[in-house]
Ligand binder design. Structure first.
Ligand code: OOB
Length: 537
């Protein structure tokens, strides 16, 4: 078993197996099976080419054989930082077949994040594009290599310079057979985080396959589905809710877009007759606003999924009239629990709730600050446990003791109410996090970076309501000496922090409001910013 992984208690594991949730099937086996069933059908299309099921399976096997030759073994970790391109799908399945673990990072991550993921997971390899979005990942790899001694290989899709060329990793020699089991950890996913750095989330084949199977059912994915991905494909949402894995499970077709912009996405919808697309709320709002001015034929769309952050009922109402398709709300988390509104739910439910859990074995508790359960309809902290919600973060015993109850419920940090029919409505958040249009920022991580600046005495970062992004991040700062927001943003970028984590706004204050326990009251700070900076002195 992977060191640092918290297994399910034996009795619950047995229960989930007995109930047929965990079937002992791996993602490598799933692709083998689908490559026979849907051999000549197109599996993935990207900006450059397309690939059939048979070809995808063959290439993933050759890549696995090549990575084995490089000395990558079962259980080894490989940080994958690729944009929405076919090689991403090949790499992920190659690693699944070998039993090596992808560590999923986003193209927007920089030195601060990547060096940490490589070091913390003791990654053996790091897979990157040469350049993407005007950024040269080879320069990042050079820096990361300096401080991550475990890293033996950097594999580059494109011009490899001094590193290994992705195209040359494929091997014609047979892949060495590896025993990968359903109960093995398949990959490490990133958490949004609320304390310090992102935690890594170990997910097993068994339980993740179960989420795929259920998502395919809830979203009615079939081999006729054309699934467009405009969000970063490595994120848990476009990966599994129902995501690219759901599309492949069902024999559908994936279309990968390098950008979420309507200029790129709308022509793809028209050309490939896309039926389903997952969006985050700011993107859904943008697409809603521009659609009336566009000439592309988007009539193939059947379902737009919206999740990752709260989608307002007013915006939700506009999906059907503007796009002529259904809205499906999704409330999920990389740690596990996923809720969907169902495609045949009444409008009232689809517009006003974030859905209900996928599995009959998902357990939900809504509790007060002292963990007392609250009556139906009353908002409180959401705790959850079930066949696909993790039992612990990777190598994080201290954090796990706080993030999970003694009987294995995950403390989501979300404030939620549940109605009589079991549908959840997200009412707020207790965790110290900013949800910037679906991108999660752990306040403490950014605060720690800012505290390293000599002009800053103290800092507290909170969410500020934004009509478009839902939330933006606002840093309240007690300065020692004057420094401009521009300089601070530059300082953070130079420390290698991903751009989305850099505060949108800085507000100078001479003190922080305190709670009666003597902690900075972020609740009061949020009120200050909503009432206008003039109150924030
Ligand atoms: C998804 O996953 P993560 O891990 O990036 O973020 C999880 C958190 C939740 O705890 C909640 O705070 C927020 O994102 N969230 C929502 C939401 N969906 C996620 N808050 C309000 N309304 C929603 N619909 O974001 C994720 C994973 C799988 C599927 C969908 C989203």
């Amino acid at each position: 078993m992977l060191e640092g992984f918290t297994p399910w208690p034996a009795d619950r594991a047995e229960f989930y197996r007995q109930k047929g949730c965990w079937e002992g099937w791996t993602f490598g086996q799933m692709l083998e099976d689908r490559s026979k069933r849907y051999a000549k059908d197109i599996a993935v299309i990207d900006a450059y080419s397309s690939i059939t099921y048979e070809e995808l399976n063959e290439r993933a096997t050759k890549l696995a054989a090549g990575m084995q030759k490089l000395g990558i073994e079962k259980g080894d970790r490989v940080v994958v930082q690729l944009p929405n391109i076919i090689p991403y799908v090949e790499v992920v399945f190659a690693l699944f077949k070998m039993g090596a673990l992808p560590v999923f990072s986003l193209p927007s991550h920089r030195f601060s994040e990547i060096s940490y993921f490589c070091r913390f997971s003791e990654a053996k390899a790091y897979i990157i594009p040469d350049q993407f979005g005007g950024f040269d990942y080879r320069n990042l790899a050079r820096q990361v290599k300096e401080c991550a001694p475990s890293l033996k290989h950097v594999i580059v899709v494109g011009d490899e310079e001094e590193f290994l060329s992705f195209d040359q990793v494929y091997s014609d020699e047979p892949m060495r057979e590896v025993q990968v089991q359903g109960s093995d950890v398949a990959f490490l996913q990133l958490s949004g985080g609320s304390t310090g750095r992102s935690k890594l989330i170990p997910r097993t084949h068994d339980e993740y396959m179960y989420t795929i199977k259920l998502s395919v059912e809830c979203c009615k994915v079939t081999n006729q589905t054309v699934f467009l991905v405009v969000l970063p494909v490595a994120h848990n949402y476009p990966m599994s809710s129902p995501g690219i894995l759901g599309a492949l499970y069902a024999g559908g077709k994936i279309v990968l877009s390098l950008s979420p912009s309507p200029d790129e996405a709308f022509p793809l919808i028209e050309k490939h007759r896309v039926t389903m697309v997952p969006l985050v709320p700011p993107l859904a709002l943008h697409w809603l606003d521009v659609k009336p001015q566009r000439s592309e034929d988007l009539s193939s769309l059947e379902v737009i999924l919206v999740g990752g952050a709260k989608f307002s009922a007013e915006a939700a109402k506009r999906i059907k009239p503007v796009f002529g398709c259904k809205l499906q709300q999704v409330f999920g988390m990389a740690e596990g629990l996923v809720c969907y509104t169902r495609l045949d739910d009444p409008e009232e439910i689809v517009l006003h709730t974030q859905g209900k859990p996928m599995s009959p074995f998902d357990e939900i508790k809504i509790v007060d600050d002292e963990d007392n359960e609250l009556p139906v309809g009353v908002a409180g902290h959401l705790l959850t446990r079930g066949p696909y919600t993790i039992q612990g973060y990777y190598k994080a015993p201290e954090h796990n003791a706080k993030a999970f109850t003694k009987d294995g419920f995950y403390r989501t940090g979300d404030i939620v109410s549940v109605n009589e029919q079991g549908y959840l409505t997200v009412e707020g958040r207790a965790k110290d996090q900013i949800n910037r249009g679906g991108e999660k920022i752990a306040a403490e991580e950014v605060e720690n970076h800012l505290l390293a600046h000599p002009a800053i005495h103290d800092v507290a970062i909170v969410a500020k309501t934004d009509p478009y992004m839902g939330e933006k991040s606002c840093a309240f700062v007690i300065f020692r000496s004057a420094v401009s927001p521009r300089e601070l943003k530059k300082f953070l970028a130079e420390r290698g922090l991903a751009a989305y984590k850099i505060p949108d706004e800085f507000v100078a204050v001479d003190h922080f409001p305190m709670t009666h326990l003597g902690k900075v009251s972020k609740k009061d700070l949020r009120e200050w910013i909503e009432k206008g900076p003039q109150l924030a002195r």
